[in-house]
Write a protein that binds this ligand. Structure first.
Ligand SMILES: C[S@@+](CC[C@H](N)C(=O)[O-])C[C@H]1O[C@@H](n2cnc3c(N)ncnc32)[C@H](O)[C@@H]1O
Length: 317
């Protein structure tokens, strides 16, 4: 399986993640604070622990340092893993793909998407919670899409993605300026609007495809049942007729380990009455309006927690 975004590019973006952590003043919820280089990724214990040997992706040859140092893949000892987990209260892990794509940096969900290229070809796409944009850019590069917008609540992640794509554009030597890297935009923002009225007045049908991959748990924990419901309604409203939502929800049992991350999260967790098992029925109800759902093949991943269903919800006319 050919890499979607090349290995050297991935190495580069992972290295930039680290550099940006050192350089960037992070501002979430007005909490301005300089990230210390030693503050590391909190391993997301929603997933089963990744065996240590898997931290080293295969086949990367770089000149200096240990593989972990070169690739900025967290070392629990060096990085004080778990020191301040509230930094990642949105699931905004800066080295998420270092954990997720353990095998040759390849994202196994792309294997599934490759079997369903028709979902992507020629499409105007929104990727909600795009993190540093690795998956977003792979899709932009490989699937002859029209355009993809990656949105994330974490400004420093979006800045990394923007920097990376700007450099790709600067280094571009071709003539045709319509495909990758010109067909991707990164935006900073919270997908959850403040209230339902805003949905009514502001939304317009713009996208053929919306991706919401491994994000619902974080919306749920931070913005409660109402936040998830508003997000689902917004997705429906932003899709054109015939448009599709690809949803990869995290299961309820993965929420529990995160329930004490912040006081708001604890409060929202205890107030949950709308569970991930209820999502499908809700999305297909009149409250939202999707007319049908089908599942894509489950990606195969060494880590069981990443073998999540990929659901496609269709907005018919
Ligand atoms: C676990 S990561 C998943 C990244 C990517 N979607 C994937 O599956 O590879 C969750 C991402 O969602 C983002 N996120 C969480 N809540 C969000 C919100 N309300 N609006 C936009 N992005 C959000 C986080 O910052 C984080 O980058």
């Amino acid at each position: 399986m050919a890499d979607m975004i090349g290995r050297s590019e991935i190495t580069c973006i992972l290295q930039e993640s680290k550099k940006d952590e050192e350089d960037t003043t992070k501002s979430l919820n007005g909490d301005q604070r300089k990230l210390d280089a030693s503050e590391a990724e909190a391993v997301d214990s929603e997933y089963e622990p990744i065996p240590k040997k898997n931290y080293e992706p295969a086949g990367i040859i770089a000149p200096h340092g240990s593989p972990k140092k070169r690739l900025n893949i967290p070392d629990p000892k060096r990085d004080n893993v778990g020191k301040d987990k509230t930094l990642y209260k949105y699931g905004n892990y800066s080295r998420y793909y270092g954990y997720r794509n353990t095998k040759d940096f390849h994202d196994v969900r792309l294997n599934v998407f490759a079997q369903h290229k028709d979902l992507f070809v020629g499409m105007e796409i929104l990727d909600i919670g795009c993190n540093v944009g690795l998956l977003t850019m792979s899709i932009a590069k490989e699937y002859s899409i029209s355009h993809i917008t990656g949105l994330d609540i974490d400004k420093s992640l979006i800045n990394q993605a923007k920097k990376f794509i700007q450099r790709q554009r600067r280094n571009f030597t071709g003539i045709e300026r319509s495909g990758y890297p010109f067909n991707v935009t990164f935006l900073h923002g919270n997908y959850v609007v403040r209230n339902a009225v805003l949905l009514e007045v502001k939304e317009r049908q713009h996208f053929d495809l919306i991706l919401c991959l491994s994000v619902t748990k974080w919306i749920h924990l931070n913005f409660g049942d109402d936040g998830v419901k508003l997000a689902f309604k917004r997705m429906f409203k932003q899709l054109k007729t015939g448009g599709k939502l690809i949803l990869e929800p995290q299961p309820w049992n993965s929420y529990k380990r995160r329930k004490k991350l912040t006081p708001e999260i604890a409060e929202n967790f205890n107030a949950v009455r709308f569970y991930p098992k209820d999502f499908t029925e809700y999305l297909l109800s009149d409250a939202v309006g999707f007319s049908r759902m089908y599942e894509l093949e489950k990606p195969t991943h060494d880590v069981k927690g990443f073998q999540r269903p990929l659901q496609v919800f269709v907005k018919d006319g």
